[in-house]
Design a protein around this ligand. Structure first.
Ligand code: IMP
Ligand code: MG
Length: 185
């Protein structure tokens, strides 16, 4: 259930069918992920590469829960192609091009759906020869039929519904909602 102020923060006419992961459950899981990540990297430089915009809230919470030194940067990618099926191509709108040759890189995503975004970015980043390259995603729909690299850190398996909130959007709305919710289709 959403509280009154949350309902007022939504566009008029929005129908939320279900709160899938509430703020408390997300906070608990993100804290666990932070510890898992710190333990997975006993040495070396660690760079968290947040994929904007969807990951901005997850990344912000995650970095404050990783008890080891690390750096943060961002990438902005846009998939392009015609119609509703992705062409499988990703265009980079912002690319830090920082030297990752000597660093562990952890790509941070909001949600894995078809897997197209990750499949493209993984190859692009791997070509820069990082010390290691892994993926952390808050949500995983488990519907991608071919993921070139499975995310090593997954917050939650997600239902096969369209989800918004905690960074996820529908046409740029709803990112600010503290919970992950399903909208009425
Ligand atoms: P993929 O390339 O099909 O795996 O899609 C990944 C991107 O699509 C994510 O980074 C999201 O920005 C967006 N996306 C996929 N599923 C959802 C959803 O249920 N709600 C909001 N955005 C989604
Ligand atoms: Mg999006």
């Amino acid at each position: 259930m959403l509280v009154e102020s949350e309902i007022r923060s939504l566009k008029e006419g929005t129908e939320v069918t279900e709160v899938i992961f509430d703020a408390g459950a997300i906070a608990k899981r993100v804290a666990e992920l932070g510890r898992e990540i710190a333990e997975a990297y006993p040495d070396g430089d660690l760079l968290l590469l947040g994929l904007l915009k969807g990951s901005f809230i997850f990344l912000g919470d995650l970095v404050r829960n990783i008890p080891r030194p690390h750096q943060v940067d961002f990438m902005v990618a846009s998939s392009y192609g015609s119609g509703t099926t992705s062409s499988g191509n990703v265009r980079l709108l912002y690319d830090p091009e920082t030297d990752i040759g000597n660093r562990h890189v952890l790509l941070v995503e909001d949600i894995v759906d078809s897997g197209n975004t990750l499949n493209n970015l993984i190859h692009l980043l791997q070509a820069r020869e990082p010390r290691s390259l892994e993926i952390a995603t808050l949500l995983h729909k488990r519907i991608a039929n071919k993921l070139d690299r499975e995310p090593r850190f997954v917050g939650f398996d997600a239902p096969k519904k369209f989800l918004v909130g905690y960074g996820l959007d529908l046409a740029e709305d709803y990112r600010h909602l503290p919970h992950v919710v399903a909208l009425k289709e």
